[in-house]
Design a protein around this ligand. Sequence first.
Ligand code: PRP
Ligand code: URA
Length: 206
Amino acid sequence: MTTDLSSHPLVQHYLTILRDRSTSASEFRRCCKGMTEVIMVEAAKLLSLDSVKVQTPLEMADGAHLSPGVVFVPILRAGLGMLDPAMDIIPGSSVGYIGMERDENTAEASCYYAKMPDLTASSQVFVLDPMLATGGSAAQCVEQIKAHGAKRVNMVCIIAAPEGIAAFEAAHPDVPIVAGKIDRELNEDRYILPGLGDFGDRLFNT
Ligand code: PRP
Ligand code: URA
């Protein structure tokens, strides 16, 4: 299941600034933060709750707390830009890191770093990566997370290509994708069109 949030006015506003080639790195970072906050509020609908009773100044009321075990996994590098805003939306979470890099010629992703917290069947994992292009980085990352014992995994991205969504869903039909925008297609170099270029380079000014 893929959720496309592109009708949201804030998503359209932030996306336009992120796409603009003249946007500075500091402005790009600010909009990455704003965009992630909007997307995470939507992704948080997937969280489970524990019922509690709460004493108001007047009487007892029914309430709910987020179930524990939320884990964020940003895919390095670009996913790092989404980590702080995601943690602001869902506090009390743990963080794992996965470093994935695409080969410049083949666009094949390979993993160069992984550090996971303890994961169990009840962990609620949110993988953070702004760009889902061929879907290779995201699919490999989720494979590793599942191998560590997680069963409830969600993919959160800013832009996704239809080709990447299809490949990812074929590999992980049980993992929902929440995307700011589904773009048109990949070009021959497997960059997303219209896209925004290389997210990591623009975020880190490299
Ligand atoms: C980018 C992006 C994703 C990946 C998406 O990372 O941040 O991780 O490409 O492409 P895919 O869906 O075809 O795998 P990149 O490899 O450029 O590394 P970086 O984040 O360090 O710049
Ligand atoms: N990674 C990016 O940063 N941008 C793309 O368009 C594709 C992969």
